[in-house]
Design a protein around this ligand. Structure first.
Ligand SMILES: Nc1ncnc2c1ncn2[C@@H]1O[C@H](COP(=O)(O)OP(=O)(O)OP(=O)(O)O)[C@@H](O)[C@H]1O
Ligand SMILES: [Mg+2]
Length: 194
């Protein structure tokens, strides 16, 4: 099972989402989980080097060929963190995905980048958006959720803006984050959700 975390836009929460999803999978007994870092910035690799998580193995795959090979090789659950800019690597990962998690932010400027990502998704592959660093109770969030509903894009989760999540590898994973991402993982693992 390959879960790919992708959005062609940068800085939306891909790496945070990939690490939390992998950790949730381990917690659920789905380990060993392979976290594939297809981003040359190596943010998830650096995260796991700074703060290893038992049950998560890491593969750094900065090319189409290496990402394809890593995804095809591992028998268990694979979570792929993708780069923002490199469309060829993103496509190589998306083509091999069973489920695609698309992190985004609240706000209308974000829509077109999600739509561009959704357009890359093969017809039979399930996908859903996750609104990251969301300010609960704001109009901005309500409008964003209403927009995705009107576009018939599945919403797999809303992750609140939290300092404990923003601290990344500098702190342990946030309990609230693990719980919120656990629900998102459940949706991603449910096949044929389209
Ligand atoms: N729930 C959250 N609450 C607060 N901050 C968050 C949350 N999720 C992500 N962030 C912060 O948002 C920033 C971008 O997140 P992240 O690095 O995961 O995005 P990315 O899409 O992987 O970026 P890039 O495109 O550069 O790879 C980081 O500073 C991260 O800590
Ligand atoms: Mg990243």
């Amino acid at each position: 099972m390959n879960i790919v975390v992708s959005n062609v836009k940068g800085g939306v929460g891909k790496t945070t989402t990939a690490v939390y999803l992998a950790a949730c999978a381990v917690e659920r007994g789905l380990g060993p989980v392979l976290l594939v870092d297809a981003d040359r910035q190596a943010s998830s690799a650096e995260w796991l080097e700074a703060r290893p998580i038992e049950g998560i193995e890491l593969a750094e795959t900065p090319s189409e060929r290496t990402v394809a090979r890593a995804m095809e090789r591992h028998d268990g659950l694979v979570v792929v963190d993708t780069p923002p800019g490199d469309e060829r690597i993103v496509r190589a990962a998306i083509e091999r995905a069973d489920a695609i998690v698309i992190p985004t932010r609240a706000g209308g400027v974000e829509y077109s980048r999600v739509v561009a990502t959704v357009e890359m998704v093969p017809e039979k592959t399930s996908y859903g958006v996750v609104v990251c660093a969301a300010r609960l109770g704001t109009n901005d969030l309500a409008q964003t959720l209403a927009w995705w509903e009107s576009e018939k894009v599945p919403i797999w989760g809303v992750v609140p803006e939290r300092v404990a999540i923003a601290s990344g590898p500098e702190a342990r994973l946030s309990r609230e984050g693990v719980e919120t991402y656990g629900e998102i993982l459940r949706r991603a693992l449910r096949r044929r959700s389209r």
